[in-house]
Ligand binder design. Sequence first.
Ligand SMILES: [Ca+2]
Length: 373
Amino acid sequence: MRILSTLLSLLLLTCALAVHATDTPKKTKSKSSKANVAGPVAGPAYAKRHDVNEWAEQMAKSSQLDVKWVKAQLAQARFIPSVPKLILPPTQISKKNWNAYQARFIEPKRIQAGVQFWKDNQSTLERAEQTYGVPPWLVVGIIGVETFYGQHTGNFRTLDALSTLTFDFPKEHPRAAERQAFFSKELAQFLRLAYKEKIKPISIKGSYAGALGLPQFMPSSWAQFAVDFDGDQHIDLFANKADVIGSVAHYFKAFQWQTGMPTHYPVTFNRELLDMDALMAPDILPTFSIGNFLAKGAVLEGDALNHKGPLALIELLNGDDLPSYVAGTENFYAITRYNWSSYYAMAVIELGQAVAARLNNANAGEMTKGPAR
Ligand SMILES: [Ca+2]
């Protein structure tokens, strides 16, 4: 993740909504599923490339790593022919469809896996909430949407994937130079992490874009936001559920999650006042006061009218059907810092809350079995 958040601008936000699924490093699942389950086919080794050796020397120097170690790792890296294709924006742009997104992520098997994950890790989820102010349903929603609770963490050797995106980034990509530079930094960070944790880089697998573990952190996010939440002196986002939960919660704390604030409210429209262009102009960035929002034709009810803080009008397209709309708060926006998409954010929210509702119903059921009070 991703984590280019310091580059925020309205322009980027607009791009994020429009192209997010095509090249945000982390958003990889639908595409990576095209790859062979046994792992992608690897091409030539990078061992003999002059530019790779130069990169290794510079990286070792700037990171104060042993240059022999860096070169020895990169000597094992191989070009993966499918990766440059996967990183390119799709040639056919299909209409965005929230209903399809919803059907994929908020479905019985994923909800059931989320219930199990929550039950298995309840005390850790509660500790993360106490420590970071981030509720269990959000952590559970993120891990469910990202990797189906660890079932789909990616089958690409991270060393190969990040080397391919660093040394053979496709020149036809609309933002090739910027993206290549991004992946070069991620490769360097990946090697530093592996060195620090004494892990062989070649042994690590993840998404085609280098996202790692249950929460699909990019190496830079791992370095910046991952925490050792069980105190064993290591950070393991592949197998250690406490570290995974603590790291996701810490990420949201870092991106200004506000404890107790709803993520969104229902919204309808007053046709006589409606200025849709003005309401849509800031995209997902919350900017409207309640008064301003209502004056432009949005209609809120109940608790929403007492909301403190700015709102955004979130539009979710439904293919050829009418779009869905909600009023997004700063906490909705915080979820899009994990993955730059309002569709992603809404899927995380609905999955997390569906799991929470299932657990509450189960608990209520058990209580009714007890003696009447
Ligand atoms: Ca740990």
